[in-house]
Design a protein around this ligand. Structure first.
Ligand code: CP
Ligand code: NVA
Length: 304
């Protein structure tokens, strides 16, 4: 049966560890996998802009010996020019996998329901699972043992956080999460996270005070305050997030040498100060690089 990657919550914990292990191997030995997906092809349905996700899947596929075709916002116009179901059924006759970046999470789910080939969520309004898998890999590269590592997320309760906290709580990583009032993660996502944490033993704490989350952090993570599709709410959001910027004052509350992560793109001067994102403890470019290795591991797992 085909396997999709739509939400972290659907993944078995062992599958997450398998992806992390395979990512390590793919990163260490690129040549070993050079022909692994020879003759295979994927389609990239992107309703929103992208640098990391598009390039890592497209070039990752080439590095595995396969081919990727980019279907940007003006091309198949999924859901408008033709239904999501028709797109799924037709593409399934041409290609071996689909990566989709959509506005509505339901559209990726609908694609997966009708496609005969694996569908990978390349970001929806609810989740960004490939980012989370890659981020956990990046954290594991830095800490040999994740026990007692505290990952603090300070910012919007958005798609990136939803996937990150689901992944952390599945693999037993502790998190402190601070979001402004009214911008907390969706309650069903917080509930799922708590359920996974009970099984894995990870400690997940929710706050509305950025200082509380920063205290004792080994890693501080943030993301934009205005995600793609939320531009009309920019003014209201920027006001609500005042005080949530990752700057030197916040970093002082964390452990010495606390690492800094951001999925990028960053709105420098909003959620993160230049002095922090450009500091020696920032690992944002390692994080971006690891997207490539993780996407390759995901493609190998789902398409081979
Ligand atoms: N982090 C991330 O998904 O970046 P892109 O939007 O550039 O793909
Ligand atoms: N939360 C951001 C992540 C971009 C990678 C967005 O959805 O725009």
């Amino acid at each position: 049966m085909k396997k999709d990657l739509i939400s972290i919550e659907d993944l078995e914990t062992q599958f997450i560890f398998d992806i992390l292990d395979l990512t390590k191997d793919v990163k260490a030995d690129r040549a070993k996998y050079a022909d692994s997906l020879k003759t295979k092809s994927i389609g990239l349905i992107f309703q929103k802009p992208s640098n990391r996700t598009r390039v890592s899947f497209e070039i990752g596929m080439v590095q595995l010996g396969g081919h990727a075709t980019y279907l940007g916002p003006g091309e198949i116009v999924m859901g408008v020019r033709e239904s999501v179901k028709d797109v799924a059924c037709v593409l399934s006759r041409y290609i071996d996998g689909i990566v989709a970046r959509t506005y509505k999470h339901e559209d990726v789910q609908e694609l997966a329901k009708h496609a005969m080939v694996p569908v990978i969520n390349g970001l929806s309004d609810r989740e960004h699972p490939c980012q989370a898998l890659s981020d956990i890999f990046t954290i594991r590269e830095r800490f040999s043992n994740l026990k007692n590592v505290v990952l603090s997320y300070i910012g919007d309760g958005n798609n990136v956080l939803n996937s990150l906290m689901a992944a952390a709580s599945k693999i037993g990583l502790d998190m402190k999460i601070a979001t402004p009032y009214g911008y907390e993660p969706r309650s069903e996502m917080a509930q799922l996270t708590k359920t996974f944490a009970k099984v894995s033993g990870s400690k997940i704490e929710f706050y509305n005070d950025p200082k509380a989350a920063a205290k004792g952090a080994d890693v501080i993570y943030t993301d934009v305050w205005v995600s793609m599709g939320q531009e009309k709410d920019s003014a209201k959001r920027l006001k609500a997030f005042e005080g949530f910027q990752i700057n030197e004052k916040i970093m002082k509350l964390a452990k010495p040498n606390c690492l800094v992560m951001h999925c990028l793109p960053a709105h420098r001067g909003e959620e993160i100060a230049d002095s922090v994102i450009d500091s020696k403890n920032s690992i944002v470019y390692d994080q971006a690089e690891n997207r490539m290795h993780t996407e390759k591991a995901i493609l190998l797992k789902l398409l081979k």
